[in-house]
Design a protein around this ligand. Sequence first.
Ligand code: NAD
Ligand code: UFG
Length: 330
Amino acid sequence: MKIMVTGGTGYIGSHTAIELIQAGHEVEILDNLFNSKESVLDKIAEIAGTRPVFYNCDLLDYAKVLEIFQNGKYDVVLHFAGLKAVGESVEQPVRYYENNITGTVNLLKAMQETGVSKIIFSSSATVYGDAGAILSEDSETGHGITNPYGQTKFMIEQILRDICVADSTFSATVLRYFNPVGNHPSGLIGEDPNGRPNNLMPIVMKVATGEIPELSIFGNDYPTEDGTCKRDYIHVVDLAKGHLAALEHMKPGFVPYNLGTGKATSVIEMVKAFEEAAGRPLPHKFAERRAGDLPELCANPAKAEKELGWKAEFTVADAMRDTLKFLGKE
Ligand code: NAD
Ligand code: UFG
């Protein structure tokens, strides 16, 4: 298939592009390089053998997006492009709504205009808001979302539902990621955000390299075994393979899947796993709770296993090993 990957030079998009190319698909990438580097394309080529055609394009530039789609004749779109920093979205809501919502609407318009009726969308466990600690696809969405970033994911899901109502041939597969971690085992590509990171693993990486003196663990008085928050950390290569499985099983309608492992790990356990893999301590301290954090979030991944035949295979220890390999190659 000929596949347009928006946000394909980013962290999850680049790992997915590799899996798609290795499975024999033709991949083109559109990205404005806001949070990624063009050199990732060479790394994709080194690993997968083909350098994807690249368009340096902002989804907000509708005329350019339309032109790319008119020339591209894509079978399907994998839509990763978006801004994703939760805290920043609270400070800059208009920017987040414009980039994520208007950008997606532009993409959907270009798809409609050029007869592309299949999209796989990068959603997030954040759409479940405060629905509970263990989440299935039929858990409630949209209630208790605490930030504009999460709202954009929920709103885009709603837009996709509406399109599927209007057009019974349209396929919208929505992948709700839990916490992506790790890197490609080659060590050639990995999570490499521009600017100061917000998520746990990019911060752990910067502590490991000495760029940040120590990790602040946000809260150790949560109702969990060791008092720190628990999350479902999924290796990014498992996540990427989940997209391939989803692509192979696409069907008309709005179809959500959780992509997670079904196992929750605490922040302290993550620190220990890193220390074990690295063979040295990771400087850390306990700090105040971070606003909006829930004690525990974990996927029930049964639907993806049953319908897609996909299951996460890597462990947190694998993710730490690959992270160290990526750091060594930097
Ligand atoms: P990333 O920032 O590494 O990749 C996103 C890419 O989109 C970047 O390369 C960025 O330059 C590009 N982009 C942003 N706005 C754009 C625009 N207007 N036009 C063109 N390109 C644009 O992030 P990621 O971690 O790879 O995340 C990919 C997707 O998965 C995002 O939609 C994100 O919200 C979602 N997601 C990520 C996580 C996570 O923890 N990483 C969790 C759940 C969902
Ligand atoms: N954490 C720390 N110190 C840090 C950074 C994070 O202790 O410096 C802790 C957090 O408190 C949390 C855990 O590490 O308990 C994971 O935090 P992340 O910021 O890495 O991830 P979140 O679970 O908060 O958020 C992630 C994605 C969001 C998505 C959400 C859905 O980043 O995009 O999952 O559940 F919306």
